[in-house]
Each structure stands twice: as structure tokens, then as C-alpha cells.
Design a protein around this ligand. Structure first.
Ligand SMILES: Nc1ncnc2c1ncn2[C@@H]1O[C@H](COP(=O)(O)OP(=O)(O)OP(=O)(O)O)[C@@H](O)[C@H]1O
Ligand SMILES: [Mg+2]
Length: 141
């Protein structure tokens, strides 16, 4: 996915604590050409990483106190300026663009996870197309 993402794309990650969201962001960073490590954003709400073609913004809204706080963070401006990948987007769903990919993480065992990828909007469907053909169970959505 990291290799397919372009500036302006948004990916929203949902799943329980410890289900693998930050590990997934690390993989996206690698695919975008950022060689370093992506930290878990326990206190900082937004991380910024320089990829080959554009920036990766990693938002973690777990500690957001109120949805209005996300507006103060100007999440929408970051979404337009690079790739936005957000953990806990449910804390402020209204700040994200309508065209986005949602990834839902399920803990299926101590060392296994099941991921469901869904596209909302034209660009996001196009983005998932090459991945869908490789998925174990694709519903073509
Ligand atoms: N795809 C995976 N397969 C197996 N284990 C995984 C996978 N992804 C993550 N893990 C395990 O789950 C642990 C927690 O992952 P991670 O920190 O990415 O969770 P998170 O969803 O970001 O949690 P939080 O909501 O607290 O930020 C990792 O340290 C790793 O051991
Ligand atoms: Mg995390």
C-alpha cells in the first residue's frame, strides 16, 4: 500500500488497542521510502515523515479530548498536503475527507491479525484495485 499511496490519500485505521495499527503505518512508511522508524504517538497527536515522493502524516487521535481539538490540529490541511494515515479516526470522523480507505484490524490470535480493507470513493477504489486481486477473500468493494 505504501508504494501505491499518493499525496492527498487518506487511510483510516480502526481496531482495538494493540491490534496492529502502528505496525501497519510502519509498513506504509517503508513503502513510501521513509527508512526510519515510526513511533507510537502516545502524547504527540501527529507525526511527520518524509517519503520519496511526498510526506506521510501519522495521526493518532486516541488521546483526543474533544472532536474540536482535531479541527485545531488542521487535520484537513495535512490530508491535502501528503498522505494521511490515522489511528482512532472515530474520535473525530468529520475532519477526514469522504474519499478514504478504511482498514479494520482484528486480533485473531497472539501472533495473527485479520485486516479488512474498504474503499470509500473513486480514488480509494482505484488505490485498492491492485491489492484486491491478491487478497485471500476479496468482495470487490
Ligand atoms: N500484522 C501483525 N501480525 C502479528 N502481530 C502483529 C501484527 N501487527 C502488530 N502485531 C503485534 O501487535 C503489537 C501491537 O501492535 P501496534 O502497536 O501496531 O498496535 P496498535 O493497534 O497501534 O495499538 P494502539 O491502539 O495501542 O496504538 C505489536 O507489537 C506486534 O507484536
Ligand atoms: Mg498505535
Amino acid at each position: 500500500m505504501g508504494r501505491l499511496l499518493r499525496s492527498g490519500d487518506t487511510v483510516l485505521l480502526s481496531g482495538d488497542l494493540g491490534s496492529g495499527k502502528t505496525v501497519f503505518v510502519q509498513g506504509i512508511a517503508r513503502g513510501m521510502g521513509f527508512p526510519g522508524s515510526v513511533s507510537s504517538k502516545s502524547f504527540v497527536l501527529l507525526g511527520e515523515y518524509q517519503g520519496r515522493e511526498c510526506k506521510l502524516y501519522h495521526a493518532d487521535l486516541f488521546r483526543l479530548e474533544a472532536p474540536e481539538q482535531a479541527e485545531e490540529l488542521s487535520v484537513d490541511e495535512y490530508c491535502a498536503d501528503g498522505v494521511m494515515v490515522a489511528e482512532w479516526p472515530e474520535r473525530a470522523p468529520h475532519v477526514f475527507p469522504p474519499d478514504h480507505v478504511s482498514v479494520t484490524f482484528e486480533v485473531t490470535g497472539e501472533r495473527t491479525r485479520a485486516l479488512m480493507l474498504e474503499a470509500e470513493g473513486e480514488r480509494s477504489r482505484e488505490l485498492l484495485e491492485p491489492l484486491a486481486s491478491r487478497a485471500p477473500a476479496s468482495r470487490g468493494r
